[in-house]
Design a protein around this ligand. Structure first.
Ligand code: FPP
Length: 242
């Protein structure tokens, strides 16, 4: 635990890591260099979140829409994912980090899907923070796959026509993971971009103008600090009746 007591800390934080390309452009570099710096920022933030006592951290690494980028850029990002999965095992062991995947593994290059499955398996007993890599992930795609799973199961007590929220939630990619309390987006855009559409229904949103490669522990602390001052009502009324 760092500077926080634990009370009011978000249990689950999701991050839309945006702005790698803009960071590279500002520095007169290729977009790939921005992603490389983005990976360094992701490592910093994983460590900071773990030290802070956050339970679950979902990183939006690659969306179902990101395949529209050039083959070279896609290949570079997949290479970074491979590098991350191979290089972080010691860190995961030391910090008891459990790695999970959200997204459609069937649509990933086979070697990447296999590396993810291996890391998920190798870290499954670790009881510290869980890092969920959203990779080939789209909120709508996840819902489509959840509905297909529900149909395949034959659903729901009382049949598919009586399917309830819990039945759909139980068919999401990681049904045991609590909904995100806080969703952070870097680089100033006020959009969800197909991230955790179902799970984020009541998440607090925090948008920062800072580009992702520039993110440090202090930025995460500022986001969490603001979250702790938010009044969460879940469609109800405030504790003081206002
Ligand atoms: C968005 O910036 C970033 C991405 C689509 C890639 C995110 C990938 C990483 C941070 C590296 C891999 C990380 C892990 C944890 C394996 P953008 O390219 O859309 O930026 P722009 O909007 O400024 O062009």
């Amino acid at each position: 635990m760092g500077a926080f007591s634990g009370r009011g800390i978000p249990r689950h934080v999701g991050i839309i890591m945006d702005g790698n390309g803009r960071w590279a452009k500002r520095h007169g570099m290729a977009r790939t260099q921005g992603h490389l710096e983005g990976l360094k920022a992701a490592k910093r933030i994983v460590k900071a979140a773990s030290d802070m006592g956050i339970g679950y951290l979902t990183l939006y690494v690659f969306s179902t829409e990101n395949w529209k980028r050039t083959a070279a850029e896609v290949g570079f990002i997949m290479g970074l994912v491979r590098q991350y999965l191979r290089g972080e095992m010691d860190f995961c062991r030391e910090n008891h980090i459990r790695v999970r995947h959200a997204g459609d593994a069937a649509g990933l290059p086979e070697d990447i899907a296999a590396e993810i499955a291996e890391t998920v398996e190798d870290t499954k007993e670790f009881g510290g923070m869980q890092v969920i890599l959203a990779l080939n992930y789209g909120g709508r795609d996840e819902l489509v796959r959840a509905v297909r799973r529900l149909v395949a199961k034959g659903a729901a007590d009382g049949g598919l026509l009586n399917a309830a929220e819990e039945d759909i939630a139980a068919c999401l990619d990681n049904p045991d993971i609590p909904d995100p309390d806080l969703i952070i987006r870097s680089a100033g855009e006020y959009r969800m971009s197909n991230f955790l559409l179902w799970e984020g229904a009541y998440a607090e949103l925090y948008v920062s103008a800072k580009l992702w490669p520039e993110w440090t522990d202090a930025d995460l602390a500022a986001a969490v600090g603001e979250y702790r001052n938010r009044d969460r009502r879940y469609g109800g009324i405030a504790a003081n009746g206002e």
